[in-house]
Each structure stands twice: as structure tokens, then as C-alpha cells.
Design a protein around this ligand. Structure first.
Ligand code: ATP
Length: 314
């Protein structure tokens, strides 16, 4: 088994409130490989922040185990914390100081060499704006400065909790690029989000959770491939006649605009074969790939057929 940057087993945390006990995380098995970007996905309230806070020693787990780079935490957190950088809440910067000055102060505080400040400004694309005051930064620039701050000590693992919250599309693209670059450098990036389209483009691997449990994990393409409904759009001159023939052959058919949406065929060639035998010729045959969004919605739908995988999908 390849080394894991993060591993949790049967992790559990509940919250007691006036309305009774609320599940934060319930038996969560999370495995994040070393190197690359890992999307930690789930709808609002599914337990992402709770998990991240437990990993960082900010919230206590009720039961279960957690490891960072093989070291059990929180017991051995002091041994690994130097390898971990996290943006959980917005760090506090001095509004009237420049971005660079803020970083220089932080570098002093964490014992990073001063030269590192220039490097992290480059890495986060802030180099041209580093002499502007923090209070004049856009939200996206503030977020990039927060990332720059976590990079000062060159962490092997970066944990971002919903890093693009509140950003405009350009800001989102910048953060995504920064995360991708960090992953390509061989660092491990854990990025939590409930916005799938965003993570789908940047992540190498994903874990999808719902109500505190793991629902699916693996490489993005595999998670989609395993769960994707294989459908094909079929264009024919006479959709009514074709629908009757396909239905008689045991396939599921519904109209989709001027074409047909067909499921139930393991191989699209079977559709052309069935239709050709009936003298119907196909002018369009488009396999419709499920995207992560629909897989996610399927898995996390209340009362849906989501079965926790227990993490044995790899
Ligand atoms: N301090 C707390 N006190 C009581 N309940 C809490 C607390 N923190 C979290 N919860 C509850 O635990 C569950 C998981 O919350 P959590 O914030 O971990 O989810 P999340 O996946 O990060 O959500 P979001 O995407 O909205 O940030 C929710 O039902 C939430 O209301």
C-alpha cells in the first residue's frame, strides 16, 4: 500500500445540543494518498470541517484513530505539525501593512527564512502586488496571501477548508491553479468543498462523504466510472419507431429533444445493431458520461441508495 498522508479509521464525533445528539462524523474511514490534490467532498453539514478540526487537534474525537504521515494524532501531533499547513479560518493580517510585510512578520514567528517570503509570493501569484496594503486586496488576493502564509514553512500537507468560499470566478481559478501547482510539486493538498465542479477539475483523487460517513473514494475517473449511469444519446430519423424497437429489445428509452436517451446497453454497438436489424439507421450515437456532480447528488441524496463503502473501493 502506498503511503498515506491522512488516514482515519472509524472516526466519530457527535455534538450534544438542545435538540438531542447531532452527528458530526460517524465511523469515518478517510484515506488520502501522499502527493497530489485530494478533494474532500460532501454537502453542507456532512462533517468535513469537523474532520479537519479533529485532524488538527482543534476538536477531540470521541472514538476512532487518525494518522498524519503514519503518526497517530493527536498524540504525536507535535512530531508532524511542522509538515502540515492549514487554512481553516481566515488568518489575521495587519490591514495597513503590505502583503510582503505581513508575511515577513509571520516568517519571523514560524522561524522561516526571510528568503522564503519572496518564494511564496511567487508561488501564489502575488509577487506583483506584494507592496500593496493588505486592506486594498481583493478577497481572492487575501485568500492567496493566506495560502502564502501557510507555505512559509514548506509543509508537505496543505489542508484547505472551502478555500474558494466567497470568491469570484477569477479568484476561484487562481486558487485552483495554486492548488494544482502545489500538487504537481509533490505536496499533498486536501481541499474540502461542497462545490463539485470546482474540485473535479483540480483533484486527482476524491473522498465523498454524507452524514459523517464515507460514501465513495478513489481516483476521480474511477469514482465517476464505477457509479456512472451509462447512457447513450441516439439520433434517428424516426424516434418513435426506434423507441419501440429498442424497448422491445429490453433497453430503457426516453425522448431527449429530437433524439433518444437510451440506457441498459453494455455496449453502444448493441443499439446500432438492434436498430440496423429493423432497418433503422443511426445518425448520432453519443455516450453520455456521468460527471462527478451527478454521482455526488446520487450518493448524497437523502434517502438515496448510498451505501457506505467502508473504503474498500481501491
Ligand atoms: N460546534 C458545534 N456544535 C454543534 N453542532 C455542530 C458543531 N460543529 C458542527 N456541528 C454539526 O455537525 C455536523 C457537521 O458539521 P460540519 O461543519 O463538520 O460539516 P461540513 O461538512 O463542514 O459543512 P459545511 O460544508 O456547511 O461547512 C452538522 O450537523 C453541524 O451542525
Amino acid at each position: 500500500m502506498s503511503q498515506l498522508a491522512i488516514e482515519t479509521t472509524a472516526l466519530r464525533r457527535t455534538y450534544r445540543g438542545r435538540g438531542g445528539t447531532r452527528v458530526g462524523v460517524e465511523g469515518l474511514d478517510l484515506r488520502v494518498p501522499v502527493g497530489g490534490v485530494h478533494g474532500f467532498l460532501g454537502p453542507n453539514g456532512s462533517g468535513k470541517t469537523t474532520t479537519i478540526r479533529m485532524l488538527l487537534g482543534l476538536v477531540r474525537a470521541e472514538s476512532g484513530t487518525m494518522r498524519l504521515f503514519g503518526q497517530e494524532v493527536p498524540e504525536h501531533l507535535p512530531d508532524v505539525v511542522g509538515r502540515v499547513g492549514a487554512i481553516v479560518e481566515s488568518p489575521r493580517f495587519f490591514p495597513t501593512f503590505t502583503g510582503r510585510r505581513n508575511l515577513e512578520l509571520l516568517a519571523g514567528a514560524v522561524g522561516a527564512p526571510r528568503a522564503r517570503v519572496g518564494e511564496v509570493l511567487e508561488e501564489t501569484g502575488l509577487a506583483g502586488r506584494d507592496r500593496d496594503r493588505y486592506k486594498g486586496y481583493s478577497l481572492g488576493m487575501k485568500q492567496r496571501l493566506a495560502i502564502a502564509a501557510t507555505l512559509l514553512k514548506s509543509p508537505d500537507l496543505l489542508i484547505f477548508d472551502e478555500p474558494t468560499n466567497g470568491l469570484d470566478p477569477a479568484g476561484i481559478r487562481d486558487i485552483r491553479r495554486t492548488m494544482r501547482r502545489l500538487g504537481d510539486e509533490g505536496r499533498t493538498v486536501l481541499v474540502s468543498s461542497h462545490i463539485l465542479a470546482e474540485v473535479e477539475q483540480v483533484a486527482d483523487t476524491v473522498s465523498i462523504i454524507g452524514r459523517g460517513r464515507l460514501l465513495a473514494e478513489g481516483r476521480v475517473a474511477d469514482v465517476i466510472g464505477d457509479r456512472g449511469v451509462r447512457a447513450v444519446r441516439v439520433g434517428v430519423p424516426d424516434p418513435g419507431a426506434a423507441a419501440a424497437v429498442l424497448t422491445a429489445a429490453g433497453l430503457q428509452v426516453r425522448p431527449e429533444g429530437p433524439a433518444l436517451h437510451v440506457t441498459g446497453a453494455d455496449d453502444p454497438a448493441r443499439i446500432t445493431e438492434v436498430l440496423a436489424r429493423a432497418g433503422i439507421f443511426v445518425h448520432e450515437l453519443t455516450p453520455l458520461r456521468a460527471d462527478l456532480e451527478s454521482v455526488f447528488l446520487d450518493l448524497t441524496a437523502p434517502g438515496g441508495d448510498a451505501q457506505p463503502t467502508g473504503g474498500e473501493q481501491r
